[in-house]
Design a protein around this ligand. Structure first.
Ligand code: DMJ
Length: 452
């Protein structure tokens, strides 16, 4: 599958951000301004992990000669960080090639002006040449977004380590300081925060879009710090407790789901994006306070089951963008604009974590069901495409091969069917785009009785 996705991209869209697999041409999303090659950078580590070294060398050569960040264009700080900085960091740690370290630090430095706000909460959008930032016009009165400013931590800690410049780490640690000063409604973190006033915007809370990877990065910051980052740990388990109490619900037939919260009212909808939470909760269960390990593992398994149901209840056996638990339905999309599937990874990601922690064969079975559906409905001659309606009897392709399909979906599938010692969790933490980053070990002086 990776070979088909990569070869098609190389043949029809080389150098563009993404491939249009039906019309067989390049496609560039404005999330990356005029930076090019998103698929190449996002796919580097997957190629390496799958031992596709010839392809990896071709990609490395492209990065050396063509990857250019001196563009006069506005980019999404979050997207560029998770895909480009994250992709380059992983490629560096896996291959040891200096070019990736250099490019990651160069790009990180270009992102620093985004933090020039009265609070230090970064802008969502940044012009890489002028250093002028702003927020999405639709985001609650000029607010920054939790899942965007809260998903820089892992990459920025590594940038400080690799460059010797403490500024990256200081910027992301300050974000926590701002958050910790604020009152949290019912212990929850609203999705919107104004970077000028330091006050929350609308009280919308979500573990899916706009919120998701903020929670993921609290847990992973602790794990990636060799469990020294107690602040990250406490913030994660407190947030999860508030999510359990206020957002997690069970449907009448017994499916556990995570709803969205709007000013105290629940919207009984769960996004495909929210399905990553099964994997996250399983990953954190071992460190859970108050003997909650077993409870959190059960919760993670229930979320995996619900997300599997959202796939099983469609015609194409691929999950919708969002599914609902109201008006007499369970785990089914009811709105036309929520029925699409864009090759997202979250459900497979959760299967991979659940497999590693339980070795229950059902997770591999479910992963295999997804492989078959992808092959049957998303594979086209020119690559892999998303589909517009998973309830339709035959696929209507959207003509986009998302870069995260190569970075995440295919990597998590590969790991689901690999041995556990392939990228073991004791040594690697995956960023939100599935780019593995090594655990930063405690100083030897803190562990006098251990040998590195
Ligand atoms: C990816 O870019 C990342 O997984 C992000 O956290 C959420 N959206 C896409 C995949 O769905």
């Amino acid at each position: 599958m990776m070979k088909h996705a990569w070869d098609s991209y190389q043949r029809y869209a080389w150098g563009s951000n993404e491939l249009r697999p039906v019309s067989k041409q390049g496609h560039s999303s404005n999330l990356f301004g005029s930076i090019k090659g998103a698929t190449i950078v996002d796919a580097l580590d997957t190629l390496y992990i799958m031992e596709m070294f010839e392809e990896f060398d071709v990609a490395t050569d492209w990065v050396e000669k063509n990857l250019d960040f001196s563009v006069n264009a506005e980019v999404s700080v979050f997207e560029v960080n998770i895909r480009f900085v994250g992709g380059l960091l992983s490629a560096y740690y896996l291959s040891g090639k200096e070019v990736f370290r250099r490019k990651a630090v160069e790009l990180g430095e270009k992102l620093l002006p985004a933090f020039k706000t009265p609070t230090g909460i970064p802008w969502a959008l940044l012009n890489l040449k002028s250093g002028v930032g702003r927020n999405w016009p639709w985001a609650s009165g000029g607010s920054s977004i939790l899942a965007e400013y809260g998903t820089l931590h892992l990459e920025f800690m590594h940038l400080s380590k690799l460059s010797g410049n403490p500024e990256f780490a200081q910027k992301v640690m300050n974000i926590r300081k701002v958050l910790n000063r604020l009152d949290k409604p019912q212990g929850l973190y609203p999705n919107y925060l104004n970077p000028n006033s330091g006050q929350w915007g609308q009280h919308h809370v979500s573990v899916g879009g706009l919120g998701d990877s903020f929670y993921e990065y609290l847990l992973k910051a602790w794990l990636m710090s060799d469990k020294t980052d107690e602040e990250g740990k406490n913030m994660y388990y407190d947030a999860l407790q508030a999510i359990e109490t206020n957002l997690m619900r069970k449907s009448s037939s017994g499916l556990t789901y995570i709803a969205e919260w709007k000013g105290g009212l629940l919207e009984h909808k769960m996004g495909h994006l929210t399905c990553f939470a099964g994997g996250m909760i399983a990953l954190g269960a071992d460190g859970a306070p108050d003997d909650k390990t077993g409870h959190q593992m059960e919760e993670a398994a229930e979320i995996a089951r619900t997300c599997h149901e959202s796939y099983a209840r469609t015609a194409l056996k691929l999950g919708p963008e969002a599914f609902r638990f109201d008006g007499g339905v369970e785990a089914i999309a009811t709105r036309q604009n929520e029925k699409y599937f864009i090759l997202r990874p979250e459900v497979i990601e959760t299967y991979m974590y659940m497999w590693r922690f339980t070795h229950d064969p059902k997770y591999r079975d479910w992963g295999w069901e997804a492989v078959q559906a992808l092959e049957q409905h998303c594979r086209v001659e020119g690559g892999y495409s998303g589909v517009r309606d998973v309830y339709a009897s035959s696929p209507n392709h959207d003509d986009v091969q998302q870069s995260f399909y190569l970075a995440e979906t295919l990597k998590y599938l590969y790991l689901l069917f690999s041995d556990d010692d392939h990228l073991p969790f004791e040594h690697w933490v995956f960023n939100t785009e599935a780019h593995p980053l090594p655990v930063i070990r405690k100083e030897i002086k803190d562990r006098p009785n251990e040998v590195e």
